[in-house]
Design a protein around this ligand. Structure first.
Ligand SMILES: [Zn+2]
Length: 119
């Protein structure tokens, strides 16, 4: 019988669904290349999930998130104890991951989407 962490598959199912229905948006970050692209784009937030702790929301360019941590969690542990996700907003992170805001990089609560100003 397979033994697995119950939080992980549930998160994964959400990501699968979200890609088909537009917003809200969350994407699993599975490689350093993706991580780099998200940081260059400088939009949205990272949610780092952990099977032993609450998920945490960080700014994409926060200094408190480390490449070593990504390497350990995503590459070496293959996501078994949690993973990294990119989300479009704090609302998405809070709703879908029940994530808490990082006390170090302090992502803003009230993010106004750029599209609000269009038209
Ligand atoms: Zn942080």
């Amino acid at each position: 019988m397979a033994v697995y962490n119950s939080a992980w598959p549930r998160t994964f199912i959400f990501v699968e669904k979200a890609t088909g229905c537009g917003m809200p948006e969350a994407k699993e970050v599975t490689s350093f290349e993706e991580l780099r692209k998200f940081r260059l784009a400088d939009e949205g937030y990272f949610v780092i999930t952990d099977s032993n702790r609450d998920a945490i929301i960080h700014k994409v360019n926060a200094k408190c998130i480390k490449a070593d941590s990504f390497n350990l969690k995503v590459t070496l542990n293959e996501g078994k104890q949690g993973g990294w996700f990119w989300v479009d907003s704090i609302a998405t992170a809070a709703h879908e991951f029940r994530a808490k805001r990082c006390k170090v990089c302090k992502p803003e609560l009230n993010l106004v989407q750029p599209s609000t100003f269009e038209g």
